[in-house]
Each structure stands twice: as C-alpha cells, then as structure tokens.
Design a protein around this ligand. Structure first.
Ligand code: ADP
Ligand code: ZN
Ligand code: MG
Length: 475
C-alpha cells in the first residue's frame, strides 16, 4: 500500500513587545528566575488584566502580511487546565473569535509555488516553565515567561512532506522577522511548532488519525521528527496496528517520537469568554495604518531583485530571506557595486565568515562600502581576484578599508611585465623536464607553471599576464 503524509502545523511565535500581555513586566529572555513577575502574571486573586495594545497590533500586522481575513470583532477566552506553570489555573487565549481568520503562505516546492492555507491566528499568553534540576525529587517553577504574548498560527492540513513543513517554517520565520513582530529565535523558543501528522492511502480523500508532536524548536527537529513519525505510522498500519490520536514528544537523543499523553479535546478545556476583558473591535483606520507599516515582504523583494538586478532566482532567494542581508546588498549596489558580483561575495565569502562565528550580517565590521571599494581595486588591476579574498577576510576581521589593507600588507598586484617575465624565465629554466612534457602534449602542466609563478610572487602576479607570458614562451 502506498501512503501519503498529511501535515498541519501549529506555530507559537513570541511577540517582540517589551512588556507582557496583561501587565508591565519585562519580556526579556534569560533573566534570573521569577525576577520579571508581578501579582497579575503570577495569578494573585483580585487582580485584573490590562490588554497590551501593541500585541494586538502585531498579530493584526502578521495576519495582513499572511493574507488573512481580519474580522471586525474578536474576543478572549479562558482555557482551563491544571499545571504548576499556570498559576491562574487557566490560560487567557482565544477560541471562537480569533484576531485573524483564513489566509495563506506561498512556499517553493520542486521549483513551483504552493499555497499552504492558514486556518487562523490568535493571541494568547505564555505559561511559566517547570525546571527539574539537580536530580532531586523537587520541581521548580520560573514564571518569567508567564504572561509573555504569543501568537498561535494554525495551518490547514495542506503540507505533504517533512521538507514542505521546513520550507513553510523558513518562510514564516522570514516574514515575521521582516515585519519585526517576532525575532524568530528558535533556540530560545521564541518560534516553536507543534506538528500534526497522519497518513492515508494515496488517492484517499478522508483524513487519517493524526498524532501531534509537541514543541519542535529547530528546522532540523521538525524534519527529523516528522520523518520518523511518518515511518512509524506506515509501519503500524502495515503491521495491522491501529494508530491512536495522541500527543507525542520528540526525543533528540534517541531520534524517535514517544507517546506523552492521549489527546485532549476542546471540551476538556471548558473554554468560556474571559469576563475580565472586553471584546475587541478593530478600527478600520488602525488596520489601514498597520497595513502601511508592513513594507516590502520577502516574495515581493525576491521578484524585484530578479527584475531590477537581473539576478538568478537562487541568488534572489538567498539575498531576500533575511531583510538585513537584502538591505546590505542593495546598499552595495547603490554605492556602485555590480549586482551579480556583490551577490557572489555575499553568498560566498561573507556568508562563510559570518557562519563560522555564528554572526548576523548586522554585526559585521565589513560594510557594503568596503566591498565596493575593494571591487574597484580589482577592476583597476591593483589587486587580483585571488588576493581580494585575503583583503576581504582582513576587512571582515578589522573593519579597515581595502586600500589601507593593501598598502599595509603590500598586496598590490605585480603587473610589471618585465618583472614577471624574469620570474617566468627562472621557473622554466628550473623545470626543464616539465617544459619537455608540456611541449609533448601534457597541457595540464600549465597549471603547474602558473602555480609556481604565483608561489614565487606570493600570489601577487597578475594572472592574466602570467598566463600570456607562459603561453608565449612555451609555444
Ligand atoms: P484538534 O481538534 O486536535 O485541535 P484541529 O482540527 O484543531 O485539531 O487541527 C489542529 C492542527 O492539526 C491543524 O494544523 C490542522 O491542520 C491539523 N490537522 C487536523 N487534522 C489532521 C489530520 N488528520 N492529519 C494531519 N493534520 C491534521
Ligand atoms: Zn507581571
Ligand atoms: Mg484545535
């Protein structure tokens, strides 16, 4: 039997507000436990929540960027359950009237575009965190995170493979970072996802029984967990075992998913409208204002880069995934850099250097102006393309400009023909055997001669002149 996978994601994205959703406590990550708390977010009796307007604006902004319907009326609801990290005994969330309705995100699948439907986006508060440290019999609770605003984005079951799920997550991360509503930091948990997955015989329209894998906090885990879970379900069905609807956890040490609990139903949570918060009516003019603040999104920018700068699709993809990279590139072009050349340096040498140190482009000492000045030195023949790599790395490390580095390190290209000719003659004299073999037809020895000249000149000889001279003398 051939099966296909059906996947739907529920993504939690922490909003970039300075303060929590219903109180003035800071949302900063990594502080000492319970230092960012107050009577509201630790659930003292008698306190009242006050809505953070910015959080609502951010969810609406996300909805507009993701082609969602924005209903005029929205409401908050209490989701009731008991757990030590939830001091009130209920989470303030949304149920029947979320802030955003249906929308979609487009992803690339095998060189074509595919729309993944969104069911809804709603706003809710995060819970605290249980800490099981020291191996004793106790658990500790840190409530710094309790009351941090989260938006939950729910997709339709439109995703068909772990690869598509990763593409979707990458696109979503790119967009929320572009519009500055979430930092997308998966390691710190500000973007995490629950993956729902089922399988069904190819051609079957009805959905199979799904399992939900909780809290995947990296692209790699999303891919591996789904991949494992699909195989597990296929094997179960082939072995005649029924799949039960349940919540599972990814175990990264063993690379397997494990059963955590049987699935709870909506009625288990006894949702009801939160009487402490008034329903939200969104002002049309406010929605318009938010829309204007969105700016150019990754897909539009990608199309523009292809048209305006004549870049291959692959370059445009890489340059526009991160807003800061796209802006760096455009600055280089505006300062006179050739688009394709600038793109090559960004995708190649710059990406490699940044990667090595796990740095963002915004933290780079090397500026677009540095790159353009260096490209001018190559064009003028002052330095060779090969030396440029050294200059580039030095600019990256020190933040000095190309000119200064070339002078300081004596990297000026040797273009004086007489000087190079002397070295070429020397090399040919010292290697009579190779000269003989080259003349007898071993053409690949050209590389050997060029290499010897370069070695002798520490890479500074103008390669064009070296090649011309060698060809002349060896003919
Ligand atoms: P639940 O009632 O378990 O909360 P929902 O219908 O609200 O389920 O859907 C939650 C998520 O699971 C959504 O992203 C949805 O697309 C996805 N989903 C629903 N049914 C299936 C299924 N049979 N297989 C895979 N994903 C599914
Ligand atoms: Zn508080
Ligand atoms: Mg549901």
């Amino acid at each position: 039997m051939q099966y296909e996978a059906v996947i739907g994601l529920e993504i939690h994205a922490q909003l970039l507000t300075d303060t929590k959703i219903f109180c003035g406590c800071s949302t900063r990550f990594g502080s000492e436990p319970n230092t960012q708390t107050c009577p509201v977010c630790i659930g003292m009796p008698g306190v009242l929540p006050v809505m953070n307007e910015k959080a609502i604006g951010y969810v609406v902004k996300t909805g507009l960027a993701l082609n969602c319907e924005i209903p005029s009326l929205s409401r908050f609801a209490r989701k009731n359950y008991f757990y030590p990290d939830l001091p009130k005994g209920y989470q303030i969330s949304q149920y029947e009237l979320p802030l955003c309705g249906e929308g979609y995100i487009e992803i690339s699948v095998n060189n074509s575009r595919k729309k993944i439907g969104l069911t809804r986006i709603h706003l809710e508060e995060d819970a605290g965190k249980n800490i099981h440290e020291g191996g004793g019999n106790e658990s500790l609770v840190d409530l710094n995170r309790a009351g941090v605003p989260l938006m939950e984005i729910v997709t339709e079951p439109d995703i068909r493979s772990p690869g598509e799920a990763v593409e979707f997550m990458k696109k979503l991360r790119s967009i929320v970072r572009y519009i500055c509503v979430c930092d997308g930091n998966m390691e710190e948990g500000s973007l995490r996802c629950d993956a729902n997955v089922s399988i069904r015989p190819v051609g079957e329209a009805e959905l199979g029984v799904k399992t939900e894998i909780k809290n995947l906090n990296s692209f790699r885990f999303v891919e591996k967990a789904l991949d494992y879970e699909i195989r597990r379900q296929v094997k179960a069905l082939n072995d005649g075992v029924r799949i039960i609807q349940e919540t599972r956890l990814w175990n990264p040490e063993k690379s397997i998913t494990e059963s955590m609990r049987s699935k709870e139903e909506a009625h288990d949570y006894r949702y009801f409208p939160d009487p402490d918060l008034v329903p939200i009516e969104l002002d049309k003019s406010w929605i318009e204002e938010i829309k204007e603040g969105i700016g150019e999104l990754p897909d539009a920018r990608r199309e523009r880069f292809i048209k305006e700068y004549n870049l291959p699709e692959q370059d445009a993809d890489l340059l526009t995934a991160e807003k800061a990279v796209a802006e760096w590139f455009e600055q280089a072009v505006k300062s006179g850099g050739d688009p394709k050349t600038a793109s090559n340096w960004i995708k190649g040498d710059l990406a490699k250097l940044l990667n090595e140190e796990n740095r963002q482009i915004s933290e780079s000492l090397l500026t677009p102006k540095h790159l353009v000045e260096m490209l001018a030195l190559i064009d003028k023949g002052t330095i060779s393309g090969k030396i440029a790599k050294t200059v580039f790395e030095e600019m990256y490390k020190t933040g000095k400009d190309a000119d200064a580095i070339v002078k300081e390190k004596c990297l000026v290209q040797i273009s004086d023909e007489a000087g190079i000719e002397k070295i070429v003659d020397e090399i040919l004299n010292n290697n009579p055997e190779e000269v003989e073999r080259f003349r007898a037809g071993e053409a690949k020895l050209m590389g050997f001669f060029v290499g010897q000249v370069m070695k002798e000149t520490k890479g500074k000889a103008n390669p064009k002149i070296v090649n011309e001279l060698l060809r002349e003398k060896l003919s």
